[in-house]
Design a protein around this ligand. Structure first.
Ligand code: TXA
Ligand code: MG
Length: 339
């Protein structure tokens, strides 16, 4: 299959609509990361997404809708605090998990009696969703476990020959996936941190909790995605805190002595420390939003150029850094010798 990359035009939107209505999948831009979209009402389209991505069958998908979509078509009820959150942050990088039964394909929520819903802010995504006027399920458009895509070329790298169309909406400005917030209980609970922070949610509705997966025997996990290895570049990765710089240098030396090309991912003001020793660096920037926007692109660049990537934990804290750290830790999980 030939994979076309098309700018967003009335013609390419029509092509995308036809593919989606025919039960196919199309990669679409959003303000967070690119998504692999399919019609949420169509069993075979939803199954195709799982197949193409190699996604575990128990990890549910987010339904994306346009800003004027009638949510009662896909959810059972909406608590008052969720309405407030929607008014404050949507369209935007916030996914709300609602009670929902038997309204979209059963493969979307993988047996959970909830549905995750997001109204993306990206103009291209809104245009497509308005055009099709159906909920479009869209996980991040990367092969399962690989780094999420923030450009059309990232999607192409993972899915060339496997999907018919990538709508190119430019680089994603957000850079990490939406905040996932459970709205099935008394208070909102963050299941996945992101650009809409706990503090921002608490400011609108008075409180916000964070989900910590501590499973007891027989208990079902609330958001299966938290259990999986994620966002991993295809090179060896290490993660060190600022207090562990000496250890980082010894690992770099050891890896180099074994013939590996080593790169360092760090804040702008740490780069000189490594560059003066001849080590290539990948510049995260200095500010939380900048780091979120750059992280995945840098991980994808690093895996192409390096055999080993040593990441240094940013010292900036607060706000969207909990989302950035959540992704960075997962990306480096496999080889993390220090923690
Ligand atoms: O920004 C985003 O959210 C991107 C763009 C494309 O919109 N999408 C995305 O989808 O990140 P995905 O499938 O890569 O991540 C969805 C996350 C997973 O951790 C999944 O477990 C969780 O949302 N999720 C989906 N449905 C859920 C549900 N009903 N209850 C709890 N968690 C859910
Ligand atoms: Mg994902």
């Amino acid at each position: 299959m030939e994979t076309k990359i098309q700018n967003i035009t009335p013609k390419s939107l029509q092509q995308a609509k036809e593919i989606l209505l025919g039960g196919g999948v199309v990669a679409i831009p959003t303000e967070t990361v690119y998504g692999l979209g399919g019609n949420a009402f169509c069993d075979s389209a939803v199954q195709e997404i799982f197949r193409v991505k190699g996604r575990p069958a128990d990890n549910p998908l987010i339904a994306h809708v346009h800003a004027d979509y009638d949510l009662s078509l896909i959810i059972d009820s909406e608590p008052a605090y969720a309405k407030k959150l929607r008014a404050a942050f949507c369209p935007g990088p916030l996914t709300l998990v609602y009670p929902s039964t038997n309204k979209v394909s059963p493969f979307v929520s993988c047996g959970l009696n909830t549905l995750a819903v997001r109204i993306p802010a990206h103009a291209g995504a809104q245009a497509l969703l308005k055009e099709i006027n159906l909920p479009v399920v869209a996980p991040s458009a990367n092969l399962s476990k690989h780094v999420s895509p923030t450009s059309a070329l990232h999607v192409f790298d993972d899915f060339n020959g496997k999907i018919p169309l990538i709508l190119d909406g430019g680089e994603c400005t957000g850079g990490i996936e939406s905040t996932v917030c459970d709205c099935t209980g008394e208070v909102p609970v963050i299941l996945r941190p992101g650009l809409i922070t706990k503090e921002m949610i608490a400011e609108v509705v008075g409180c916000c909790e964070e989900y910590v997966p501590a499973l007891r025997a027989g208990e079902k996990v609330k958001s299966p995605g938290v259990l999986y290895k994620h966002y991993s570049p295809r090179c060896k990765t290490y993660l060190f805190s600022e207090q562990e710089l000496a250890l980082a240098f010894s690992v770099i030396e050891k890896e180099q002595s074994e013939g590996q090309t080593v790169g360092v991912l760090c804040e702008s003001d740490k780069r000189a420390l490594f560059e003066e020793k001849g080590v290539e660096t990948f510049d995260l920037g200095n500010h939380p939003k900048e780091m979120a926007a750059r992280l995945y692109g840098l991980l994808r660049e690093a895996e192409k150029r390096c055999g080993t990537l040593v990441a240094i934990e940013p010292t900036v804290r607060g706000g969207v850094m909990s989302g950035v750290m959540n992704r960075l830790k997962k990306a480096c999980q496999s080889q993390d010798i220090a923690h």
